[in-house]
Design a binder for this molecule. Structure first.
Ligand SMILES: [Cu+2]
Length: 120
């Protein structure tokens, strides 16, 4: 009897801990957002404007052609490097600084550029 009582208490404690761990991870995930943008030499990538919250991720997906994605000014610094003719390639960045960051594709500066603004 004592054995079963001990077993019951141990199982009960473990189930409580698991519940609280799950709750914490769920609440963190709910507050973070993944934004998808297209990165191609056309109007869909011209003057992209996006306002996100701190900790959110922006993910750009390459279309046809060769492109890079490089920050030019602002609070964040990133550079995908030049990716040649790889449709479906993805570059993503987690934004952790409050403020705006401008970015561009160096081969196509007139059609491929944008600004990500991060708020609290
Ligand atoms: Cu480009």
């Amino acid at each position: 009897m004592r054995y079963f009582l001990s077993l019951f208490i141990i199982v009960f404690i473990f189930s409580c801990e698991n519940d609280s761990i799950t709750d914490i991870s769920n609440s963190i995930d709910e507050n973070l957002t993944l934004y998808d943008l297209s990165w191609q030499n056309s109007s869909v990538s011209t003057n992209q404007q996006l306002t996100i919250q701190i900790g959110d991720t922006v993910r750009w997906t390459w279309d046809s052609g060769g492109h890079n994605l490089r920050s030019t000014s602002g609070v964040e610094t990133f550079d995908s490097g030049f990716i040649d003719s790889s449709p479906g390639f993805q570059f993503q960045w987690v934004f952790t600084q409050i403020g705006s960051t401008q970015y561009v594709c160096d081969p196509h500066p007139n059609t491929m550029f944008g600004t990500i603004t991060v708020t609290e």
